[in-house]
Design a protein around this ligand. Structure first.
Ligand code: NAG
Ligand code: NAG
Ligand code: NAG
Ligand code: NAG
Length: 195
């Protein structure tokens, strides 16, 4: 009886084959899963994206205008560097140029620093503007804007640096700022900013 039972409990040839097939399927599924993990890793984590660089807002401390026409202004520009990489964006110092009608009316320097892993670096920049250097060709536009009470400024800059993913992979990235700001002259407030 005991011998017969042992013989019956031995898996048949067919059962062995099914078991092997099952294992082969598990191994294949695992291999596919591994490939997917690697693809996601390369596409999502390792990819160096261009950080976003813009003016968030302006806190205007002073704004004087004359009918000459001319203006002087002093404000704090809140600059934002949005880094959506899985690693820090380390950038060099850069100059932000503020222009009126294509002519520079002020400049400020962003110090060398970094924007951390998946975060937005906020930089307070003290800026002084003077329309003293504006050519007379800008007079009519400027006097028109001062009469309407809305002053249009632009800011331009390029931030160059490196995105570091997984500590060892470094990729050069540069990001440009190109913002248009409308300032309400009578209320001394930022009306709008488009970047
Ligand atoms: C701007 O400032 C300069 C020097 O500080 C001065 O000469 C000029 O009159 C000022 N202009 C206005 C519009 O206040
Ligand atoms: C910023 O401008 C100053 C002078 O206006 C210049 O000396 C400096 O090299 C500039 N910095 C950069 C990063 O371009
Ligand atoms: C423009 O304004 C300046 C003073 O800011 C004045 O000297 C110049 O004559 C003006 N030019 C014109 C064409 O109105
Ligand atoms: C900046 O943006 C303005 C429109 O908002 C566009 O006319 C201009 O060409 C842009 N400049 C650069 C350097 O991209």
């Amino acid at each position: 009886m005991a011998i017969k039972n042992d013989a019956e409990s031995l898996p048949s040839h067919e059962e062995k084959r099914k078991k092997r097939m099952k294992w082969a399927a598990y191994i294949a599924a695992f291999a596919v899963f591994q490939v997917l993990v690697i693809v996601v890793f390369v596409l999502v984590i390792m990819k160096a994206r261009t950080p976003k660089f813009r003016v968030g807002t302006l806190q205007i401390n002073s704004l004087e205008t004359t009918q000459a026409p001319s203006f002087n202004a002093s404000f704090v520009a809140l600059i934002r560097v949005k880094n959506n990489n899985f690693g820090p964006f380390k950038y060099d110092s850069a100059n932000v140029s503020f222009t009126y009608g294509g002519v520079q009316v002020g400049e400020a320097t962003i110090p060398k620093s970094k924007a951390n892993f998946m975060s937005t670096k906020k930089i307070d920049l003290d800026v002084k503007l003077s329309a003293d250097k504006l050519p007379s060709s800008a007079n009519s536009t400027l006097s028109g804007e001062l009469k309407s009470g809305v002053l249009t400024l632009m800011s331009e800059a390029t931030l160059s640096g490196k995105v570091e993913v997984m500590i060892i992979f470094k990729k050069k990235k540069s990001t440009k700022m190109n913002c248009t700001m409308e300032i309400d002259v009578t209320q001394k407030l930022l009306k709008s900013v488009k970047c």
